[in-house]
Design a protein around this ligand. Structure first.
Ligand code: PNS
Length: 162
């Protein structure tokens, strides 16, 4: 069985993330979306909220499960016997950062965790969770960036009730 993990912060999940999830889910038999619980960062959404959002958005994908993880990705992947990490590449600017993570994970895992990259579909190439938060904080339109139920939750966080 081909299994993989798609790790990320997903704060919040965007249509760009969903695009990668759908495509990875069609390549692998089972895909775990790993939501990083990073205690050093203060995310907009708690890890429980981010997991819930992803579960709701992927409920029609039977081979996708969503789980929180903390610590190193290689340690989490090892406990799940997962040897492939999936990451999305939007533009060349992502590449250096992603290459560094991929190579570090390969080295630290003793070669057992590989990374494969899916290039983000062009219509989502401009999207990032950070820009979604910035736009929403000024009550701007994020309807092209996240599903409606996520948009509602993001606006609520900034006190903009829709
Ligand atoms: O959505 P993001 O914030 O770009 O995702 C980054 C993520 C979660 C994939 C990366 O930070 C990660 O795997 N963090 C877990 C800690 C870890 O394993 N660090 C070593 C890689 S350099």
């Amino acid at each position: 069985m081909k299994i993989a993990i798609y790790p990320g912060s997903f704060d919040p999940m965007t249509y760009g993330h969903l695009d990668i999830i759908h495509r990875a889910a069609s390549i692998f038999d089972e895909l775990t979306v790993g939501v990083l619980n990073n205690k050093e960062k203060t995310p907009l959404f708690s890890v429980e909220e981010r997991v819930k959002i992803l579960q709701e958005a992927t409920k029609d994908l039977p081979n996708v499960k969503v789980e929180a993880f903390s610590g190193l990705l290689i340690d989490y992947a090892k406990t799940k016997d997962i040897h492939v990490s999936v990451r999305g590449l939007r533009a060349i600017t992502d590449f250096e950062y992603e290459l560094q993570i991929a190579q570090t994970n390969k080295l630290l895992s003793g070669g057992s965790l590989d990374t494969i990259f899916l290039t983000t579909s062009l219509e989502y190439a401009y999207l990032s969770s950070s820009s979604v938060k910035e736009i929403a904080s000024f009550n701007g339109d994020i309807s092209k960036c996240v599903p409606p139920f996520v948009a509602k939750l993001v606006y609520q966080k900034y006190g903009h009730i829709k």
